[in-house]
Design a protein around this ligand. Structure first.
Ligand code: PGA
Length: 242
């Protein structure tokens, strides 16, 4: 089974997400013969979480873009895992590079969040990726190794975890890494854990780039930003996944 996950970031109001969901459900149903090997998911911003609760019989996955590492308490502005559970959330993105860079999220915090998800059915999608400087200085694997070790410290059970490789310099700008580079990262993660751990790729995935990315062996799908914002475009992308 493969994954195509849309990260809406801070785009779309809850009414826009509601219309999107209507279109997405219809398109998935209409194209179900072509999509039977793929889990399609969306992660709108938090204000749309009730749409997950209202659509518990849905034909797609519903995720969040972040969560806090405590269940409740005096944490103004944060989002509790209890809300995610109550709303039937399927997955939560953790450690996206925008959160690391703009909100100073650390590997240690990401680790706490992953540990909190341990006894739930909610899948953590752990985002990792090197910067352009790391890449140019041949530090890619050191950086990824460190991010993985720290984020997954004391995590003994990997059954639920998905890893998304997102080179920071490829996000939102149309730049795609070489197939060989993505392949070497997928191999590295599979050697480090097991070949069963799903590895996604994220960063400028669109109808022009997916054909090349589909050449990467062992890749379990994609985390998509911009090209997920239109439900029709998103479904066309899903149809490209073999
Ligand atoms: P993009 O974003 O597809 O717009 O490059 C990907 C991501 O941030 O996960």
């Amino acid at each position: 089974m493969k994954y195509l996950i849309g990260n809406f970031k801070m785009n779309k109001t809850f009414l826009e997400v509601e219309s999107y969901i209507e279109a997405l459900s219809f398109l998935i149903e209409e194209n179900k013969e072509n999509l039977n090997n793929i889990n399609i998911g969306i992660a709108p911003s938090f204000d749309s979480v009730y749409l997950s609760y209202n659509n518990s019989e849905r034909n797609f996955l519903f995720g969040l873009q972040n969560i806090f590492h405590e269940i409740n308490g005096a944490y103004t502005g944060e989002v509790s895992l209890n809300v995610a559970k109550e709303a039937n959330i399927d997955f939560i993105l953790l450690g996206h590079s925008e959160r690391r860079k703009l909100f100073n999220e650390t590997d240690e915090e990401i680790n706490k969040k992953i540990l909190k998800l341990k006894d739930t059915n909610i899948k953590p999608i752990l985002c990792i990726g090197e910067s352009i400087d790391d890449f140019n200085n041949n530090k890619t694997f050191d950086v990824l190794n460190k991010q993985l070790d720290k984020a997954l410290e004391n995590v003994n059970e990997f059954g639920n975890i998905i890893i998304s490789y997102e080179p920071v310099y490829c996000i939102g700008n149309g730049i795609i890494p070489k197939v060989e580079h993505v392949q070497s990262v997928v191999n590295f993660i599979h050697e480090k854990f097991s070949s069963n751990i799903p590895v996604l790729y994220g960063g400028s995935v669109c109808s022009n780039s997916i054909e090349d990315l589909e050449k990467v062996k062992g890749l379990s799908g994609y985390l998509v930003g911009k090209a997920s914002l239109n439900a029709y475009e998103f479904i066309e992308l899903a149809k490209e996944i073999k």
